[in-house]
Design a binder for this molecule. Structure first.
Ligand code: SF4
Ligand code: SF4
Length: 447
């Protein structure tokens, strides 16, 4: 597979041998058979053979520069609130103690300023499409802000001839046909709901404040909105919950709304520096200020791609296991190869916190020290943080890795949390290798 062009080829061992000898043959002027010559030409045409390492490196630099500056799409993720109606044990956010009393919540006035800021970006950038993602906390706890932004920006994009898509990442508790219908009128693309395993496991992991389970209510809500919108199911697993996912998949397969599930994508929760591989998990504070990080990339929900977040060899193996299980139960899931680069590498992808602060990606949102700007204008300190984020290019430390175009050096949030350095690669090459082998086996099986 050529991860630049997505060219894929299944070849016999003699072609592999020829590939291994190509540099020697070309530099020693060896006489090639017509078959060898044609094979090498085909490999060059598909980009499997390149002119030189330097030329390939230059292509890579151009690829990331073009990806970064691409102005055809404006992406904005809005955290309508950091409040949450769940009290997940593993999460610092949520309905614990007096967290919700102090957690940020976007006001209607701030939402109007966000809308004006987006309109100005639309005028400056003139993109072909605009993607608005609602995230939190639990975004549906602040429906007035959701509706104001969706409806005003729907009108703004229509007036400018820009295509608009809306994604909602929600815990599902407040998801109703009314919410979906109102957002459908503004270009709703999909709703992503999290189920952390089978009923017993999910209820343990994602309870209400009083300990009541949430699984049944979420499933009832999914049934009520099925057919009205595209549904994606996500789930955050760790070593203690991963084995409950096949039961969840079997349960989902048996539901009357199974055919409405467009995608299932489970991912590991992000650890933090000093936490043993496979140990406890996401949404953890990373500084003495105790401010939460988003902890997981939600930015790709509904887009058909995943993100190369997290953690250890355990993760690589379990990701492969869950991808295979998901496919076996008949649900579409990302193939584990066509992943990134993620939106932290994009100049025109923004995350906006409840107070109007701008962040480089959802995983860093909510932590004031990581704000790269504010919709009201740059404040002292922002320029330095913005420069730190815009120079993220962990892939430059990845040598000749063939997965650089789809990985980009891994998740900067994971690097920040686990390695204490957002500029270092977080490598899951094993996961890419396994996914690529599965892809090849699948194609070979179909052939
Ligand atoms: S850095 Fe990590 S959390 Fe942020 S967009 Fe990329 S994959 Fe997602
Ligand atoms: S070496 Fe690892 S982190 Fe770097 S691009 Fe390859 S898979 Fe990604």
């Amino acid at each position: 597979m050529n991860t630049f062009t997505d060219a894929q080829a299944l070849v016999s061992p003699d072609v592999i041998a020829l590939l291994d000898q190509a540099a020697y043959l070309s530099t020693n002027g060896a006489t090639l058979s017509r078959e060898q010559h044609l094979a090498l030409q085909a490999l060059a045409d598909q980009g499997f053979l390149v002119e030189s390492r330097e030329a390939e490196r230059a292509d890579l630099e151009r690829f990331f520069a073009d990806f970064r500056d691409d102005s055809t799409q404006l992406r904005v993720t809005v955290l309508t609130t950091l409040q949450c109606n769940f009290a997940c044990d593993y999460c610092i956010q949520g309905d614990h103690g007096d967290y919700n009393k102090h957690a940020g919540r976007m006001s209607i006035d701030e939402a109007a300023r966000v809308a004006a800021w987006v309109e100005a970006r639309l005028d400056a950038l003139r993109p072909e499409s605009f993607v608005l993602t609602f995230f939190g906390g639990e975004p549906l706890l602040n429906l007035p802000v959701v509706y104001l932004l969706a409806e005003r920006l729907w009108a703004a994009t229509a007036a400018r001839g820009v295509t608009m898509l809306v994604n909602v990442i929600t815990n599902g508790l407040l998801l109703t046909p009314e919410v979906v219908d109102r957002l459908n009128a503004c270009g709703l693309n999909g709703v992503k709901v999290t189920l952390d395993g089978d009923r017993a496991t999910h209820d343990l992991m994602r309870p209400l404040r009083g300990g009541q389970g949430t699984f049944d209510r979420i499933v009832a809500n999914l049934r009520a909105v099925a057919g009205r919108c595209r549904i994606s199911i996500g789930g955050n697993f760790d070593h203690s919950t991963v084995h409950s996912y096949p039961a969840l998949l079997a349960f989902l397969r048996d539901q009357d709304f199974a055919a409405s599930i467009a995608k299932v994508n489970f991912k590991p929760v992000i650890g933090r520096q000093g936490v043993a591989a496979g140990g406890l998990i996401p949404l953890t504070p990373v500084d003495d200020g105790g401010k939460p990080l988003g902890g997981a990339c939600m930015s790709t929900a509904g887009s058909g791609s995943g993100s190369p977040c997290d953690a250890c060899h355990f993760v690589d193996e379990q990701l492969a296991f869950l991808r295979a299980e998901t496919r076996r139960h008949g649900f579409p899931t990302p193939d584990g190869v066509h992943m990134g680069p993620c939106e932290i590498h994009k100049r025109h992808a923004h995350t906006i916190g409840p107070d109007g602060s701008l962040y480089a990606c959802p995983g860093f949102a909510g932590e004031a020290a990581q704000a790269v700007g504010h919709i009201g204008g740059t404040r002292p300190g922002h320029a330095g943080v913005a420069a730190r984020f815009s120079s993220i290019a962990a892939w430059k430390q990845c040598g000749d890795c063939a997965f650089i175009p789809v990985c980009g050096g891994g998740c900067a949030v994971a690097s920040h949390n686990e390695l204490g350095d957002m500029h270092a690669p977080t490598c899951h090459k094993g996961s890419f290798d396994t996914a690529l082998a599965a892809l090849a086996q699948d194609v070979a099986g179909r052939g």
